[in-house]
Design a protein around this ligand. Structure first.
Ligand code: SF4
Length: 277
């Protein structure tokens, strides 16, 4: 079975996927940490979603903001303290992570407060009603597998609107100028295919939520993208079966933070480690 996270890794660098497959995981702790960080963001967004239900039509913009922020600080602090102990993270790093999340959440709350105020005034409704409008029924981290394609993985969020399923992946890094990164699109179409198999329902579109800039970008599940995924899966299977050995392709942006850097460098003595920087 090929996991969706390894599809992402292959898209990042085929050689990294090859090395991890042949030598074992060097990034295990980082992968767990980034999963926990994503879970923490989902928990905070979930809290905002619950807080919106308590809004009243007569509230001012400041009241709305304060209501949406309720208990987020406490949840964030206790979760980060647990994270710090579990992973032995320095306080400096915890402060940096906290600052990133707080900036992101404040931005989201500012936008959502304005939208909520406008929606409550226009529809003459309270928060309970507009929460249904803004946040459709959703499933989080739903694990799925496709035995024919031999892929397994979970989607960050699946929204269900009028019986249709929409895969959503949440990304904490910067988006491209327009559209989504190729790797994000390939990962999302893999999720879409798993949803189609699991729920017997065709998926036409999915979304990437770039949380840093609070923007949702659509991805159309067309045949070109689906073929792109099948090509990637075929190439990954060739590496897994030992039919091909991927070549090292140095890239200063990617290699600088890669845990297999030393190995790649050793295997290619003509390359200078200084080329990374
Ligand atoms: S060091 Fe660079 S080439 Fe080597 S596996 Fe990592 S990203 Fe790929």
């Amino acid at each position: 079975m090929i996991s969706i996270s390894s599809i992402r890794e292959y898209m990042f660098c085929p050689h990294k996927f090859y090395l991890r497959h042949s030598l074992g995981d060097r990034d295990e702790e980082n992968v767990f940490l980034s999963k926990r960080m994503k879970r923490l963001r989902i928990d905070v967004y979930d809290l905002i979603q619950r807080n919106i239900r308590g809004l009243k039509a007569e509230m001012s913009l400041d009241d709305i903001k304060n209501n949406l922020k309720r208990t987020i600080k406490e949840v964030l602090e206790s979760s980060l303290n647990i994270l710090k102990e579990d992973y032995n993270i320095l306080q400096e790093e915890i402060d940096r992570i906290k600052m990133d999340i707080v900036n992101e959440v404040c931005f989201k709350i500012d936008i959502l407060s304005l939208k909520s105020l406008k929606a409550m005034q226009s529809l003459e409704s309270d928060g309970h009603k507009i929460a249904e409008m803004f946040f459709p029924t959703s499933m989080y981290n739903y694990l799925m597998r496709d035995l024919n394609l031999e892929i397994i993985g979970s989607c960050d969020k699946i929204e269900i609107v009028d019986g249709r399923y929409y895969p959503i992946n949440i990304k904490v890094f910067n988006p491209p100028i327009a559209g989504v990164w190729d790797s994000d699109a390939i990962e999302l179409v893999a999720n879409a295919i798993l949803i189609e198999q699991e729920f017997d329902s065709e998926v036409f579109v999915g979304f990437i939520d770039y949380s840093k800039i609070c923007e949702r970008r659509p991805v159309i599940m067309d045949s070109k993208l689906r073929k792109g995924l099948f090509k990637v899966l075929h190439e990954m299977k060739e590496i897994i079966d030992g039919d091909i050995i991927s070549e090292t392709k140095f890239d200063s942006k990617k290699c600088g933070s890669c845990s297999y850097q030393e190995l790649c460098y050793m295997n290619d003595e003509n390359q200078s480690i200084n080329a990374f920087y």
